[in-house]
Design a protein around this ligand. Structure first.
Ligand SMILES: [Zn+2]
Ligand SMILES: [Zn+2]
Length: 642
């Protein structure tokens, strides 16, 4: 019998964002990925509904072949993502049905390449670990679709709870997805899962080749690999019979995708758990206020191996010697003498964040962006937004003076200062300049793990969930870097960064933490120094309630960019007039980036989906005029920064 199906072609054009009817063979159901003729081309598409009638007068073509079968719940999830984030079904479905290529020869499996050795199963769990695990397993058995927050200090044993929860899922014939922020920076977490589960693990992340991804997806879909570890896109892994999703380091901003569809893997994980009656466990030492305020909490408490290290605040208004103050040098000197490891965090790359003319006061800026150029060690001035680079000048372009001052410090300058002052310590740098090379982060981390007296210098990457033996000192060189940002999450980010970094110190031996700052009384800094997570989050939630920020209301951000300064503001003023929400901020100008003038409009709303839909519709209607004016627009639901 002939049957017809609704098929969404996987195309990005908004004008083709609808279903088309095709004839499909018997046995094909929702979730089938098919190859179809579409216009003059051959495209892949996803079957969303079976048994539909072709539109009058239309001769529905048969599909060419069935490529793959996805769990139907994933199709539902993708369509939800498209609607909630104001994207198109085609783009969202492409997340659950990424391109397939033909198999090639034997390769090392990603699990082997991307992991550092794991640890053995501990003899027994702590009481709080056992209680948390029992609650998770009960939720898995109840198929309740519940969300749980696993809160515990760094070193309190969260990973072991994930591991044993995965074991419980496997014993019940269910699969699990474990999300980690960035695979390249978390080889240890991957290593622990590989050591425990061997072949039953699949690894998914953006740096895999097409062929590797195809292999891993095939192992997942066939049920050979029941546990998937991966970065944010792994939330869409085609795991049959999903029982558990763990989101490790749930505070990490990399869970939000910054290109269309602008989904947040944490929100998607919660939705997927609800659709498939699975359990979602969000874990962190420094949870988001959103999770703290709304989820059932499982408390692991403090560290398994003794108390958290004491934190000493170094007041830079009183101590000379930035970036290496006398107290910091003294601590590093002790390490150079006795052996051990230190981690230094400075959240800025390069040598100096700006070059400033002492004679006329001009700061060297990028020609394409409204930001200062950063001096790098190879004597180039680089823009960290657009990648523009030019040689370091010897004279000021504005006045000809040779009095050019290097303002502030970046990781490369810190590396040099250490070389001069403490040459006996091995220096290992970890920042975006290093990470550009494939395999480099894992190599740097392995080198640090093996060293006996070394300093790891880097940006926020060094604060990720690494666990190295023998780290006696963790220091924040400039705690103020993030606090000055005009962003409602500036305090939250600073608090998380300081607390996470402090957690790297003294995990197996007495450790020390040093925080250099010009604002020792700032709330985020003072409370991080006391490891006081509950008090920080309570205050943060109170502030957000007053200001109507998440989790109390949602934000929808619209950014318009164009070649002229006024046009983006005008376009947003017109958009503003058409929105039904009254709590609107802006339009306000933003920094110019990549030669484009930008402006934003922000809605605080209880109905993010409605506002995003309205904005998308208004922008589509205005598209021809905007195209003529060279304007582009982006709608971002639940943005991570403003
Ligand atoms: Zn000058
Ligand atoms: Zn630039």
């Amino acid at each position: 019998m002939t049957q017809f199906a609704s098929v969404y072609p996987l195309v990005t054009a908004r004008s083709l964002a609808r279903e088309f009817t095709y004839e499909v063979p018997d046995g094909v159901g929702p979730g089938a990925v098919v190859e179809v003729r579409f216009g003059n081309a051959r495209r892949r598409g996803v079957v969303t509904e079976i048994g539909v009638a072709p539109p009058d007068g239309i001769q529905a073509a048969p599909v060419d072949r069935v490529v793959e079968e996805l769990p139907p719940a994933l199709v539902e999830l993708a369509l939800w993502v498209a609607a909630y984030y104001g994207s198109t079904p085609g783009r969202a479905l492409a997340l659950v049905a990424p391109l397939k290529r033909k198999a090639r020869g034997e390769r090392a499996r990603p699990a082997e390449r991307d992991s550092l050795p794991g640890e053995a199963v501990p003899a027994e769990l702590s009481d709080s670990q056992r209680t948390a695990l029992r609650r998770i397993v009960r939720a898995i058995d109840a198929s309740s679709g519940v969300n749980l927050l696993l809160h515990g200090a760094t070193g309190s044993g969260k990973t072991e709870v994930y591991l044993q929860a995965c074991t419980a899922a496997l014993e019940r014939g269910l699969g699990a997805v474990v999300l980690v922020p960035e695979i390249a920076l978390t080889p240890q977490a991957v290593g622990r899962f590989t050591a425990r589960f061997g072949d039953r693990i699949a690894i998914l992340h953006s740096a895999l080749s097409e062929a590797e991804r195809r292999d891993e997806r095939a192992r997942i879909a066939s049920g050979d690999a029941r546990i998937v570890v991966g970065a944010r896109s792994a939330v869409f892994a085609p795991v049959p019979r999903l029982g558990l999703i763990c989101v490790d380091e749930e505070h990490d901003p990399s869970y939000k995708q910054e290109s269309d569809p602008r989904y947040d893997a944490r929100t998607v994980a919660a939705k997927r758990a609800a659709l498939e009656h699975a359990v979602a466990v969000f874990g962190s030492a420094t949870p988001r206020p959103e999770s703290w305020g709304s989820l059932e909490r499982l408390e692991l408490g403090g560290r398994l191996a003794g108390p958290l290290p004491p934190v000493r605040i170094v007041d830079l208004r009183r101590e000379a010697g930035y970036p290496l103050s006398a107290p910091l040098l003294a601590e590093l000197g002790a390490i150079a003498e006795r052996g051990g490891k230190a981690i230094l965090l400075l959240n800025r790359r390069g040598v100096a964040p700006a070059l400033h003319c002492r004679a006329c006061g001009v700061t060297l800026r990028c020609t394409n962006c409204d930001v200062a150029l950063v001096l790098h060690a190879d004597a180039t001035m680089r823009c960290h937004h657009c990648g523009h680079a030019e040689p370091e000048p010897t004279t000021c372009a504005a006045c000809g003076s040779t009095e050019l001052a290097r303002l502030g410090a970046g990781t490369q300058r810190l590396e040099r200062e250490l070389e001069t002052q403490l040459p006996e310590l091995e220096r290992i740098r970890l920042d975006a300049d290093v990470v550009d090379t494939r395999g480099a982060p894992a190599a740097a981390l392995a080198r640090f793990a093996a060293a006996d007296r070394a300093v790891l210098v880097g940006t926020q990457m060094v604060a990720k969930g690494h666990h190295f033996p023998g780290v006696a000192l963790a220091a924040v060189v400039d705690a103020d870097t993030g606090l000055g940002l005009p962003d409602f999450r500036a305090e939250e980010r600073t608090f998380q960064l300081l607390t996470q970094l402090a957690g790297r110190s003294g995990r197996d031996a007495p450790g020390r933490v040093l925080v250099q700052t010009f604002q020792p009384d700032a709330r985020a800094i003072a409370l991080a120094a006391n490891h006081d997570v509950p008090r920080f989050l309570a205050g943060e939630l109170e502030r957000r309630r007053e200001l109507g920020y998440p989790p109390f209301r949602h934000l929808v951000r619209v950014v318009v960019a164009g070649p002229e300064p006024d046009a983006p503001l005008q376009a947003l003023a017109e958009l503003r007039a058409g929105l039904s929400e009254h709590d609107l901020l802006g339009p306000a100008p933003l920094l110019r980036l990549r030669g484009r003038h930008r402006a934003q409009l922000v809605a605080k709303t209880d109905h993010p989906r409605r506002i995003a839909t309205q904005a998308s519709r208004l922008l589509s209607a205005a598209a021809p005029a905007m195209r003529r004016a060279g304007l582009t627009a982006v709608v971002d639901v639940d943005p991570q920064s403003l």
